[in-house]
Design a binder for this molecule. Structure first.
Ligand SMILES: Cc1ncc(COP(=O)(O)O)c(C=O)c1O
Length: 384
């Protein structure tokens, strides 16, 4: 019989949940156990143990995520960076080369620039919006191409269709960090990507109370990554798994509300005389607005903007906000604001930040699920 969980909202609630329900519990209990009774497993990896990523809390999440992403298989990890590092170390071997987008999350950028050389790996950074420049960067050992759904903090949208076509024609594994879109706004595997990664810390969990990661793709690739994860040890613990699975149930409700709220606030900021520039792909004047409309169901809850007056003015403004908390991270129910030059992109040199267009006065707002009007009034009072 075909599954009754056909649409995203139903899948978020029910997919992967154990049936029949355990001891009648409507919600799956937390399996707070590191190890399980030996049941004659033939392979070491089949012995149930938390670090082997095969315990009930983890397996339920794997099954739910695979359904949400339209993947054969999925894996949860202890953080987004655990998902990213384990994935890249699984698909690349000594001597291999990666094409990576030039404006990545700071941790991923550090992984590539600081850790790759010691592991005998190399990478070239490419402009995600200029597909014609990519072929010239290929080497005989290029194995994969890595991009983000929307870049942080400028919300650029790479030519994702071209990434998939390029990967196909050159035999590369196409990997995307889909954190900023979430499966509500973009389904990378349906678009042709081989692997979709998330910092589940952000929208997937959505409550800013755990760190977690996820990767989805073919059974063959995920098995390779799971084997590496078992060795590297970045496994998700049962309590975080419980919170992540609980958070996932409201993902569609949260993200759709955040899409609408962020767009309304972006419009309001763009119309304000004290605001110099707003970056949000949902705005008609965004450089990749047409592409974002074609690819995404919505543009998510994150936007960035610059005020007249630079870093000092930006800090004073952020300090006057009464609802938004001055804190890093994004995608949660609470609205958060940061100044990327001092947080997510502090690791880049001032020259690199300038080159990428991340000015000192740029603020990044992650819109939560508070009333849009309250957030608008708060922004306006702080601007006044
Ligand atoms: C786009 C993106 N990818 C990955 C990460 C890393 O995730 P985590 O902090 O869960 O390790 C972040 C964190 O901010 C992020 O914004």
């Amino acid at each position: 019989m075909s599954t009754p969980y056909r649409r995203l909202e139903t899948q978020l609630v029910h997919a992967g949940e154990p049936l029949p329900r355990i001891d009648g519990a409507v919600e799956m209990p937390i399996f707070q156990s590191a190890t399980y009774i030996y049941e004659g497993a033939a392979r070491y990896d089949d012995v149930r143990y938390l670090r082997s990523n095969n315990t009930p809390s983890q397996v339920a999440l794997h099954d739910k995520l695979a359904v949400l992403e339209g993947a054969e298989s999925a894996l949860v990890t202890a953080s987004g960076m655990a998902a990213i590092s384990t994935t890249l170390l699984s698909i690349l071997s000594q001597g291999d080369h990666l094409l990576a987008q030039n404006c990545l999350y700071g941790g991923t950028h550090d992984l590539i620039t600081q850790e790759f050389p010691g592991a005998g790996l190399s990478a070239t950074f490419i402009d995600g919006c200029r597909p014609e420049s990519w072929a010239g960067q290929l080497t005989p050992r290029t194995r994969a191409i890595y991009v983000e759904a929307m870049t942080n903090p400028l919300l650029e949208v790479a030519d994702l269709k071209a990434v998939v076509a390029f990967a196909r024609s050159h035999g590369l594994i196409a990997v995307i960090d889909n954190t900023f879109a979430s499966p509500v706004n973009f389904k990378p595997l349906a678009a042709g990507f081989d692997l979709s990664i998330h910092s589940a810390t952000k929208y997937l969990n959505g409550h800013s109370d755990i760190v977690a990661g996820a990767v989805s793709g073919s059974a063959r690739l995920i098995e390779r990554i799971r084997h590496k994860l078992n060795i590297l040890g970045g496994s998700l613990d049962p309590h975080a798994a419980f919170l992540l699975k609980r958070g996932l149930k409201t993902l569609a409700l949260r993200v759709r509300y955040q899409n609408d709220s962020a767009l309304a606030l972006a419009r309001c900021l763009a119309a304000h005389p004290a605001v110099r520039r707003v970056n949000y792909p949902g705005l008609e004047d965004h450089a990749q607005h047409a592409r974002a409309r074609e690819l995404f169901a919505g543009c998510g809850g994150v936007l960035s903007f610059e005020l007249d007056g630079g870093a000092e003015r930006a800090d004073a403004f952020a300090g006057r906000l009464r609802i938004a908390a001055l804190a890093p991270s994004l995608g949660g129910v609470q609205t958060l604001i940061t100044r990327p030059a001092t947080t997510s992109h502090a690791g880049l040199s001032p020259q690199d930040r300038e080159r990428l267009g991340i000015r000192d006065g740029l603020l990044r707002l992650s819109v939560g699920i508070e009333a849009t009007e309250d957030l608008r009034e708060d922004l306006e009072q702080a601007l006044r």
